[in-house]
Structures are given as C-alpha cells and as structure tokens.
Design a protein around this ligand. Structure first.
Ligand SMILES: C[S@@+](CC[C@H](N)C(=O)[O-])C[C@H]1O[C@@H](n2cnc3c(N)ncnc32)[C@H](O)[C@@H]1O
Length: 411
C-alpha cells in the first residue's frame, strides 16, 4: 500500500519523520517539509520505505556518493550543510533537555578532515555463488557492493581492493565476514573476523594477500597472520603501535579536535586521570604537560599506551587495566588528581560518573559518542554539585547520525 506522507521533522537517526495517526513514521532519506510517497517496511510498523519525493524540499542537495540511499553507511548527504549542522547540534541540545540540563552548547565543530581512517567491509557468498563485498544496507542484512566510498580518507584508497582480495582468498559462506581496514603510518592494518578456522594453506594464501597488497599487518581475530611494517599512528609526540581491531577515533582530525578541547579545558592542572583511555590519544597528549594515570579494561590497548608513554620528554604515565563499570575509581582514589576525564563506550559511564559526582575534583571532562548517555551521566555529576560549564559537539562522522560531545564540568 502506497502512502503519501508530509515529513514534519528530522529524527535522531537521520530519518524524515511524519506524524501518522498512530504515532511517528520514520522515512529514511526524506527531508522536513517534503511530501513523499512511501510504502510500509515488513515487520516494522513505524518505518516506511521512500518511493518518490513528490514535493522536494528547497534544502535538498545532490548526495556526494552514487551509493547513497542504498548503502547504509551514510544517513544524511542530501541536506544543505547549515541545516545538517543545526540538526546535529540539536541532537545534543535535545539529549541535554531530556535530562533537564541547561548549558551553553557550542556550534558544531567539523572534524571530518581528510575522512574516515577506518572502514569495516562485509563479504559473503551471495545468490548464484557470487561474492559480495561492501557495506551493510540500511538496517538490513544485505550487502551493498561498492566500488568507492568518498567518505574514506585517501589513505584508505586501496581498502576496498584489499577487502576484495581477502574475500576472494577465503572460502566465503552465506554468513558475512567482517574485514576491518585501518590506515596507519606503516600502511593498511587489516583484521578479518568470522572466517572460522582456516587451513594452513588458506593462512598462507592470506599472508600472500598481505605481501602483495603491501599491508602493514594482517590479523585474523586479532591473531597475527603477517606483518611487514609497524601499524602505528602518531598521537602528539608519541607513536602508538595499534593493537589489532582496538578502538580508534574515526578520523585523525576528530581525535585531534577532541584532544585539543581536552587540553584547553585542562588548563594548568598537574595530575590527570584519563578513564576509558584506550591507546591514549588524550593521555599521551596530556603527558606533554602533566603526570597522567590512564585506565581502560582493554589490556592490549593499555600495553600499547604503556609502550608509547616511554617516548622521551613525556611526563610519567601510570596505567591500569581495570573494568570501570565494575570497579570505578572512588573518591578516595580520585583525591590524587586535580582533573579526571572519561570517554566511555556508547553505554556511558554511569558507575564512574556516580563516583566522580561524590569526589572533590575541581574539574571533570566527559568525552562521549552518545549524547543520551552523556546527558544521563552529566545529570549525575550536576546532582553531585558540578556545573556543566561548556558543551562542544564534534562532527567526525559526517553524513551519519553520530555526534561526539565534549563537556567541561567544574565545582
Ligand atoms: C570510546 S573508546 C575511547 C578510548 C580513548 N579515549 C580514545 O579516544 O581512543 C572507549 C574505551 O572504553 C574502554 N572500555 C569499554 N568498557 C570498559 C570498561 N567496562 N571498563 C574500562 N574501560 C572500558 C574500551 O576499551 C575503549 O578503549
């Protein structure tokens, strides 16, 4: 059944939202003000598939990618930039409002830079035995074959070709394989997941892909298959050898922007606690000015940070492998510092925020990739007596519905 819908606003996932008789209807790739023809999506009563834009918005622009609308990687390439920026900043403002938080929110800081430095391709054997390599379709298990992705950094220009070479080497099944490719200073770093056990012959064939493709490193589920150069990245004055498939900020400029804000907010502090520190993009830069204690539950990330922290000229960096959900730093431990910074995964840092709220630290910074959990944790800090002095939304996932946030809390 085809419906005609008037799009009322942009939703938080980048879908056009129409007000249906029974609640909101989500229409990906439609814009506010547009009149569209759409059809139901099986199994999702509140979702619609866009068929035709009958009355296009004056704010509609041509997408930069020929795969936009089919590939699920990007949600919003079709909206004029000022409106896109306003919407993204609005995601942060709305999340704060839902926790009744009033705070100054800066304009959106663009941090796309040269583009994404990491991509995860999916590969599988599709119908008629045809190999498919590409990104996942929007909210579906289908793979969209792609030959280019303008959102990726130039340093990933060979990534699709490498993903194809890996896919053609492995015995693909219906279940998709994940091929994560990261651009490092030593070349491409590739981790393959989901292949199941491999025969020695296939392992050798994979190693040849690494050699022929000039890869820095090829791993399978994090285990080394071949290495030809150090898969490292510079973070401040230190070089970090990345653990396979560990967390990495999506763009180089994103990492630099978040770190710049952290350093600016840190002011003259002398001793920092970096919680959820990962491989240390903040800890290593803070250590150019102050002593740092960095904690994260990922032992490989902490080992990489430890090694990089030996760079001459850095102040001492102490590290801990610690589960901060189960064993957050408590106020008595936090007394040793004059600032704490936390940058948790999407689910936020409820337990740690609760302890920080009970601390006497004069300065706390939150870096987050999820405005909703940022706001929830901010509410805990505010209830503990902190004031949210400044919030900066950072856009390193351009064209997606993701936005990063940096918040500065003082008491
Ligand atoms: C968003 S990343 C940030 C890492 C780092 N700050 C960066 O910018 O690269 C979140 C980090 O939280 C860590 N993490 C996830 N769950 C954790 C837990 N329960 N306790 C401690 N660290 C955790 C992950 O290993 C990851 O390094």
């Amino acid at each position: 059944m085809i419906e005609r819908l008037r799009i009322a606003r942009m939703g938080h996932r980048g879908d056009g939202v129409a007000d249906g008789a029974e609640g909101p209807l989500y229409v990906p790739y439609a814009l506010p003000g547009e009149l569209v023809e759409a059809e139901p999506v099986q199994g999702h009563p509140d979702r619609r598939h866009l068929l035709r834009v009958e009355e296009p918005s004056a704010e509609r622009v041509a997408p930069i990618c020929p795969h936009f609308g089919v590939c699920g990687g990007c949600a919003v390439q079709h909206w004029i930039e000022p409106r896109y920026r306003e919407w993204k900043r609005g995601l942060v403002i709305r999340a704060l409002a839902s926790e009744r938080i009033e705070a100054p929110v800066d304009g959106l800081v663009d941090a796309h830079g040269e583009g994404r430095r990491r991509a995860v391709f999916h590969a599988r054997r599709g119908a008629h035995d045809v190999i498919e390599v590409g990104f996942a379709a929007l909210r579906a298990h289908r793979i969209v074959d792609i030959d280019r992705c303008p959102v990726l950094a130039p340093s990933l220009r060979d990534a699709i070709r490498v993903a194809w070479a890996v896919a053609e080497t492995l015995k693909l099944e219906q279940k998709p394989l994940d091929i994560q490719v990261t651009a490092t200073e030593g070349g491409l770093d590739v981790d393959v997941r989901g292949s199941g056990p491999l025969s020695p012959e296939r392992m050798r064939a994979l190693a040849q892909v690494a050699e022929r493709g000039g890869l820095a490193r090829l791993t399978r589920h994090g285990e080394l298959v071949a290495q030809h150069a150090s898969p490292s990245l510079r973070m401040g004055s230190a070089a970090v050898v990345l653990p396979p498939a560990g967390f990495l900020q999506a763009t180089a400029l994103g990492e630099e922007t978040l770190a710049r804000l952290v350093i600016e907010h840190a002011g003259q502090a002398k001793r920092a606690a970096d919680l959820f520190a990962g491989v240390g993009p903040f800890a290593l830069r803070l250590a150019e000015r102050m002593r740092v204690m960095a904690a994260d539950s990922d032992a490989k990330a902490v080992a990489a940070l430890n090694a990089a922290a030996k760079t001459p000229g850095l102040k001492p960096v102490e590290t801990q492998v610690r589960d901060l959900f189960r064993r957050p730093f408590v106020p008595a431990e936090l007394k040793a510092f004059d600032l704490a910074l936390f940058d948790p995964p999407r689910q936020g840092a409820q337990a740690q925020a609760r302890e920080l709220a009970g601390s006497s630290l004069p300065l706390v910074m939150a870096v987050s990739c999820n405005p909703a959990t940022f706001a929830r944790d901010a509410r805990l800090l505010i209830d503990g007596g902190y004031r949210l002095e400044r919030v900066t939304p950072v856009d390193q996932f351009r064209y997606s519905a993701h936005v990063e946030v940096v918040g500065k809390f003082v008491r």
